[in-house]
Design a protein around this ligand. Sequence first.
Ligand code: NAD
Ligand code: IPM
Ligand code: MN
Length: 356
Amino acid sequence: MKIAVLPGDGIGPEIVAEAVKVLEALDLKLEMETAPVGGAAYEVAGHPLPESTLGLAREADAILFGAVGDWKYDKLDRPLRPEQAILGLRKHLGLFANFRPAICYEQLTHASSLKPELVAGLDILIIRELTGDIYFGQPRGRRTAPDGHFPGAEEAFDTMRYSRPEIERIARVAFEAARKRSKRVTSVDKANVLETFQLWKDVVTEVHKDYPDVQLDHMYVDNAAMQLVKAPKAFDVIVTGNMFGDILSDEASMLTGSIGMLPSASLNDKKQGLYEPSHGSAPDIAGKGVANPLATILSAAMMLRFSLGQEEAARRIEAAVQKVLAQGLRTPDIHSEGTTRVGTVQMGDAVVNALR
Ligand code: NAD
Ligand code: IPM
Ligand code: MN
């Protein structure tokens, strides 16, 4: 089993090193090959997603990804910016189904910014469509406004779009996932305003006919953002588009204690997958040794489960993470009174020890 390891920028290399350490401790005979991506790749190869890195990702059974991006690249032409690497990987490999499970571990109910009783026992699954929507729609660009309130002024535009098959396949992924859980799906849209999301709602409703055993609700995204912090446990599976999913999953991460706790899996129809924490490269804390590696370590567990057929090893990692939390070890982002503050490497070491 071959894994492409793409650490990237900022805290990427720090957190990926801990996940690799945990994988190595499992003795699974995984072949891991590392390649540069994002700003790190731009520095050595002049492109955020060099052919060699894309080639490695294509031939691997799974990809373990850290994070990309740094403010210092903000002035580069868009195709050369670090973020294009992760967008390119998702597009080139057809990774349309993004699973972001927001689970609040018992030991972290006090780390959340919400009242403990609102998040205790929380276990929701956000399924974000990942290769369509305004992220990839054409045309986009800058031009002189042909009309509008300020004709002749400089303007910028993007295109939000979804096709029926794109919506159908992500809806099926959500209903199938719900069947293995509490059989409830909330489809989040903005059908009251946007044509794209009226089609979304119509298609999800049609696909639902094949899943009569699953309960389907529709909710507008603004209300969903509010309900997520009002009564998050009312949700089970949330399915939504690329941009709404991006925003709602960052919001949901705080229900679990920290964005440093939210793993993700991005799958294509061949179950090849890219596994990465939901957060970014955190330039504000990069190099300080304080980043929380648990989202990446939990992403590695998802990799073992979804792409490598190693359910037992996945569970061992998840149990080890819980054990470490029960021991009271906390990186600063999840630290609270009475717990022990540790750094990135100590946290990784503790997970490795807990595996034994
Ligand atoms: P971010 O997720 O990197 O950071 C947001 C905040 O959360 C920061 O205060 C950061 O310190 C904190 N944080 C994030 N991960 C953490 C962790 N593991 N442990 C402790 N604290 C953590 O988002 P941002 O600051 O908006 O973006 C920074 C860069 O990352 C940008 O260039 C952005 O484009 C990029 N980004 C990349 C990805 C990706 O590679 N998939 C995802 C999101 C953002
Ligand atoms: C994420 C990130 C990416 C996204 C960026 C870096 C392109 O925010 O993975 O959530 O918007 O999808
Ligand atoms: Mn995001």
